[in-house]
Write a protein that binds this ligand. Sequence first.
Ligand code: SF4
Length: 380
Amino acid sequence: MAGIYIHIPFCRQACHYCNFHFSVSQKHRDGFLIALLKEIELQKNFFFAKPGEPSPFIDTLYLGGGTPSLLSRDELRAIMDTIRQYFLLKEGAEITLEGNPDDLTLDKLQVIKDIGVNRLSIGIQSFHEADLRYMNRSHTSQQAKNVLAIALKEGFQNITADLIYGTPGMSDSQWQENIMELANTGIPHISAYSLTVEKKTALDVFIRQGKAAPVEEEQSVRQFDILRDIASRYGYDHYEFSNFGKPGFYSKHNLSYWSGEPYLGLGPSAHSYIPGTRQWNVAHTQKYILSLKEDRIPSESEILSPDQQYNEYIMTSLRTMWGAEKDKVAAIFGGKYYENMMRQAKKHLQSGTIADSGTHLIITEKGKFLADGIAADLFI
Ligand code: SF4
């Protein structure tokens, strides 16, 4: 498996909770596009194992951000044409585009379909206006409902939508309505995130100034349980901490991240990974543009130590329904890591937050919301 991620660093409006790299000013759009097309060309050999070897097929392509749905027909076409010029997209490759409800008009959806996107990721977050205002989202609840209806009518079968829970003021029954509104459309995938207050975001400042209500963990835990219960009743598998999919519709792109497959990240702030090495582009659009004007990719990289690789495997695998494979830990990392994992897992096996299936360590129902903390306990 090999995947490509493209970061589009522009948004219509700044959501108060967001700490991704983006700008609401569109003034560097043209420069960004030229730089991105240049970076695609310069990275054409990224996946080659040795010079002269054929490029592997790309299984997944993901346009994220920021807000890729802000791009025009010509901009989207230019990106896709350049990717196809320099990389071999596998027949039937999963091609995802993230979009917001206020951009995804019928025309835009047709363009997106025409350029080969076969998986739509819609940032809905909530169907309640008060939540959307709290988060400073740029769309209304009605726009979100309309987009879902139009996308389904246009024949998009592989649709995922994002929701956020734990938003202050959102009652448990409103949260249930949000999940059921999505589930009743029949879309095959939902990603749901607990609202987190990242440092230096507008939300962080507003809460500290008393201008926005604080986020309570108790509410998030309750709403996570409600989510799991309703998702299961509607036939979604809880296959990763934040991801719920019907069989056959799990995100292939994200699965390849979690299983340690190589991926190439393009655009400012995008990360790339080749087993053992991580690389990241500068999170600054003007610096990105200036550097690519000189045919230089503005990135840094680090060789991951065995400890870092083991910790990353534990963190990502324990968040999935498959868990951490015991033999894999022993074979790839060695006895020292295997013994550490089993020793540290003991207290969780006793308290019932981890189960040992014989081949895998898996987080139980009881431990689900605590997955990140449990994984950290198993770190070396
Ligand atoms: S649309 Fe997405 S990337 Fe843009 S500010 Fe909102 S959450 Fe962040």
